[in-house]
Design a protein around this ligand. Sequence first.
Ligand code: SF4
Length: 487
Amino acid sequence: MALYTCMEAAMKVLSQKGGSEGQKVVAIVQEMMEGRRVVPNDMPEELKGALQMPLDLQDLMPGPVVWLLLHLPEAQRVRRVRHRAADGSGMTPEEDQKLPTNLMDIYRVLKIGDDRLVEIDASGSTEEVLRRVQEVVISKCEQWRQLTPVSVPISVNWHFTRQCNYHCEFCFHTAKTSFCLPSTKDGLEESKRCLARLRDAGMQKINFSGGEPFLHAKALGTLVRFCKEELRLESVSIVSNGSHITAKWMEEFGYFLDILAISCDSFHEATNVLIGRGRGEHVKQLESIRQWCDDFEVLFKINSVITKHNVNEDCGIVFGDMSAHIERLKPIRWKVFQCLPIKGENVGDVERNVEPLLIPPEAFQGFIDRHRRCSSVKQVLVAENNVTMKDSYLILDEYLRFLNCTSGAKVPGPSIRDVAVVSALRTAGFDENMFQQRLGEYEWSKDKVLQKERRTKQAKRTGLMVLSLALCGAALALVAKHRRCFS
Ligand code: SF4
């Protein structure tokens, strides 16, 4: 547990790790501490858009933080100040008188308080004070340990909008609100700040999802670019139904995007229409997107949800299933999900009712086994049944709240707009083991994947060249031998 007994230590962390915004906060706080700026009643205007104390400070620290405020009894404090003033090593008694009030005002303005700020009696010997400090730290550590352990949010899915132009009957994330933070006034900047805090907490991959994320194409492109160019995340991905993707968007933002996953449950348009995915042009659009992914070097992925409508899909030529299409489209991953009921989204007192579409685990496994008969499909197929899916995703909703699915419904926790990422994670219900078990971490950076592909191609070319040279050599040797025989 990190221990900070004075504002200066916190300021040091901010100026070292908080970037330019942290330095701005430090400069303003110093002015307030030195009396060159009046302490306002609320967070100063310049700080409202910058770092949020203490949330950001907590995110910057390696562990949980407790703030200690050491209080000396009045007589002892006055004695100490007089003594220092006399030998010229400290502030005057008048200056010292003002300091605690000023400091408390600054703490209040910066919202450092609540149960994190502990006042400690600083009278007595050094040993006595240290013992009191130790007791507080030990009890805070104990409280912290009793809370759920926190995972590092390596891979985060932000469903930043719930709006969608499709109406899939099994939809797991339905249009309950029309709120979309990046499209609100100042919301794009706030979204960037929250994404940066997630990165500081350990996020390596962000997936933008919905609803349909391309209903906010411009904001989406801006965030994709920001995450790659400024946050330098290993992987930036999008899951979309594909209907609103254009070549122009791909040309402008494809460079910053690692993975584009398109949802497609069937290669029969009639089945797609039955499911609610579009009006009969879904597969055609999927083919166009596949081509754009090649043109603009974006890794292509397919997501399919298996329901009673497609569990027996029979449209392949060789294997009698979806394999032929998957082989032709060559996604880097084909994620196949067993249709999942979620209370309050697709079952319960809501508009949708997924129950007639559900399939038993054996039927799902049958679908997977059938498709794994094809070796090239087997290499890319990642199956997720209801058990592996439920708690293995870190899902943020449109208000940037982690959704806890452990109860079978999506229960939101506090928003990372209001609390530190580390605190929000405590109620996320995330099962890190299941995340690893479902192969949630994989080679997700397009630079690495494309580099590997180029190396393989190069090795093949070199192999072919060596083989050709060897064949030429053998042929020349044969000709030379024959010439000698005939001469
Ligand atoms: S396309 Fe996705 S978000 Fe839209 S209705 Fe279908 S499942 Fe839901």
